[in-house]
Design a protein around this ligand. Sequence first.
Ligand SMILES: Cc1cc2nc3c(=O)[nH]c(=O)nc-3n(C[C@H](O)[C@H](O)[C@H](O)COP(=O)(O)OP(=O)(O)OC[C@H]3O[C@@H](n4cnc5c(N)ncnc54)[C@H](O)[C@@H]3O)c2cc1C
Length: 414
Amino acid sequence: MARTDAIVLGAGIVGTSVALHLVKRGLSVALVDKRGPGEETSYGNTGVIVGASVFPTAFPRSLKKLIQVALKRAPEANYHWRDLIRVAPWLVSYFNFSTPEKLKDSAVKLRPLMSRSVAEHKALLEESGAMKYLRETGWITLYRSDAAFEAMKPQLEFGAQIGVAAQPLDTQGTLALEPSLNPVFRHALMWPDVASLSNPLMVTRAYAARLAALGGVVIKGDARSLHRADGKWRVDTDSGAIDAENAVVALGPWSDLVFGPLGYSMPFAVKRGYHLHLAALGNAVLHHPVLDADQGFVLAPMSRGIRLTTGVEFAGRDAPATPIQVERALPKAHKLFPLGEPVDARPWKGARPCLPDMLPVIGKAPRHPGLWFDFGHQHHGLTLGPVSGRLLAEMMTGEKPFADPSPFAVERFG
Ligand SMILES: Cc1cc2nc3c(=O)[nH]c(=O)nc-3n(C[C@H](O)[C@H](O)[C@H](O)COP(=O)(O)OP(=O)(O)OC[C@H]3O[C@@H](n4cnc5c(N)ncnc54)[C@H](O)[C@@H]3O)c2cc1C
């Protein structure tokens, strides 16, 4: 029987960061995943370390937008009819948390983590020899209509209060930064404190390699085998069973497969999303990730090409892919930037792990000794992986946490 201080379940950016922070604090750690590090949601995202954003991604509250979503005409959202009834109570709760006042509350609670997100990534990137993937160039959000830009005003005003910088750009100013864009937009914002990664998969792999170099073990196994045995946590892996005092559930969109059978009930849902890589046409270059706010997609320059990522799809986590949002976005994306042929045979599908209050769950499981949670980072898991890994590792080792962890406690769900 192998023994270790902590088993971390899930080798996405969140679990890998927790494991690395624990090893750095002197614990022996086994990082367990059924796949290789970073190969699921932490691979397919837009790569933006979006710590300098204001509000978390909210449920639309304008009647026009709600009708568009209901009629499946909103570019940023889609849903499967058969999953709607199951997810309806969650959507009501999400809608209720999306009022301007509650959004401000969530933004303030997240701020200590968001504001440290780039610094915490940089610390891990440096020690993992992966700085080459980091771009501290900001990101650009585009608005095709005056109305979409006007709708940003409350966010910008609140952002100024909490220290988030955004610079309005006119078309010429935007083209000076991104000369290959076609001016199909009327307004833009440059968020200078946002960073991005050119290859999120390689970054998680680099953090896992650093973990191994410091003595941690990265091992294949099924997290659903977690159980209590001889007063410890035990998980079955390809190399046999491992026992530990502590177990961390960091399974992203699969976290409910472990916390559910242990008796924890949380309003947990997934928001699916897609990406497709395309070649840039001719000499066209994209220097920053660019959000087309009206059309609900992002173009992000990545190692593999220009990655087009989509908004939200409400559907079963494992239901077949329905990449209609990619199809809808493609003609608009071609008009925005000179795109060539797709590089991928088909769109990639992933799922953002979400709680309706738009905050992750980070902390101790109240009814089981040595059980810890770190999941539900929704649209910001790549951003928050290292910083939430540090916060949880500090809690687990009895250090004074650098930020108040109480907003992220599981007890907030009663
Ligand atoms: C289209 C899209 C764009 C996004 N863009 C951004 C962005 O720009 N910036 C940002 O900050 N965030 C972004 N996100 C969100 C971000 O990608 C996620 O929040 C984050 O990757 C979640 O990380 P994780 O480690 O919790 O989950 P994951 O990366 O999914 O890791 C969970 C791990 O658990 C493992 N696992 C599952 N079941 C088992 C089992 N039974 N046994 C063992 N292992 C198991 C999986 O193999 C996986 O490796 C985006 C998401 C999507 C879908």
